[in-house]
Design a protein around this ligand. Structure first.
Ligand code: AHM
Ligand code: MG
Length: 357
């Protein structure tokens, strides 16, 4: 009997290094840690394993946050912490907790030089004694407005390698997203998913709560070339520019009289992008007349998601029609409009943006 497609027992056979007889599959899952080591072996057999150590620290931090998210209501830790972050937004207690876990684990793993978190106004520069070669930009708990109602939230991260001889300063991370060496997200949803790219097609892992391990459920995600879903906060429609408004109108009333796209919008970027990667379609957070640069942060929200989508065969552009990954950040908390998803859908957005320019 064929095991169900998508279960991690079957996926183990899809990896080049595996050739398991069917009877062995149940007892031979591929965990995230094993995958990271495999990737190191394939891509950099002589590497010292420092990136692997760093990725494992991120994996542990995500498991910690997942556990806190699942217990949040029970533990009575929902609600405001009474502090505000650099964007002037209220922080939830879980945001603070997630940030502390990430900063602590990334500091202790000994592989980082500079950390940039959405929750911290300034970058964290790691002490020389514990400093490593990597810089991590992250949003420890994105979609925080969804915490109190139990809707999906997530963690987003991107990793740069420090240029040799480069001081540990903010310049280490003020670089185009294309220079990242890895990026990923963890979705705390109806199941807990980790999607990671270390420069190749994104791999998808699902947390097996009984094992406490992320297990490979799809070794190569690829964004469908076109999709039937559009995802945008339409409450802002009256503030949009003409090109964005026209694109969304086309989604609802296709010019040739085709089938309209369905609207889906969670309001958590990780959930909306995860669905877009799996099902196809387009996710938009455009600029508008109130938020001239959009809402989402370039460094730790747009770059990692654009990196994953591009490595999965999709596209991610900014308002200028420029590829998001080619943008040069000027400040760590800078924002950018973003349009990402299936190639055909983003191509259409791009054509409308160009016509309007
Ligand atoms: P956050 O970092 O404060 O959680 O805000 C980012 C979130 C994204 O996850 C999501 O795509 C967006 O904000 C939703 O914004 P809006 O409520 O304006 O639609
Ligand atoms: Mg965020």
């Amino acid at each position: 009997m064929r095991p169900k497609c998508g279960s991690y027992w079957t996926v183990a056979t899809m990896l080049p290094a595996q050739s398991n007889p069917m009877s062995e599959l149940r007892t031979n899952p591929v965990t995230l840690s094993m995958y990271i080591l495999q990737q190191q072996h394939i891509k950099a057999p002589h590497a010292r394993g420092n990136l692997s150590i760093l990725l494992n620290a991120i994996c542990v931090a995500c498991k910690f946050v997942e556990s806190a998210v699942r217990k949040a209501g029970l533990a009575g830790i929902l609600g405001m912490a009474g502090s505000a972050n650099v964007q002037g937004e209220d922080q939830k207690k879980l945001d603070v907790l997630a940030n502390e876990v990430f900063v602590n684990l990334l500091t202790k793993c000994g592989q980082c030089a500079v950390l940039v978190s959405e929750e911290d106004d300034e970058p964290t520069v790691i002490d020389a004694a514990r400093r490593g070669d990597y810089c991590v930009v992250f949003d420890p708990l994105d979609g925080s407005s969804n915490i109190d109602c139990g809707v999906s939230i997530g963690t987003i991260y991107g990793i740069y390698k420090r240029a040799q001889g480069c001081d540990a300063t903010v310049d280490c991370v003020l670089r185009p997203g294309r220079e990242m060496v890895a990026a990923g997200y963890c979705l705390y949803g109806s199941s807990c998913s980790m999607v990671l790219s270390v420069g190749g097609p994104p791999a998808h892992f699902t947390l097996d709560p009984s094992l406490g391990e992320f297990v490979l459920t799809s070794p190569q995600l690829s964004v469908p070339p076109a999709g039937a879903i559009y995802s945008v906060n339409e409450g802002n429609a009256s503030l949009w520019d003409a090109a964005t408004a026209r694109y969304v109108t086309e989604c609802k009333h296709p010019p040739g009289g085709g089938k309209p796209k369905s609207a889906r919008y969670v309001g958590s970027m990780v959930a909306d992008v995860h669905r877009t990667i799996l099902y196809g379609g387009v996710f938009l957070y455009p600029a508008d007349s109130k938020s001239k640069k959009g809402k989402l942060r370039l460094l730790y929200e747009c770059f990692p998601m654009a990196y994953l989508v591009e490595h999965g065969g999709g596209r991610a552009i900014a308002a200028s029609g420029k590829l998001v990954l080619d943008l040069q950040p000027q400040a760590i908390h800078e924002r950018s409009p973003i349009f990402l998803g299936s190639k055909a859908d983003v191509d259409r957005v791009e054509a409308l943006l160009r016509d309007a320019a």
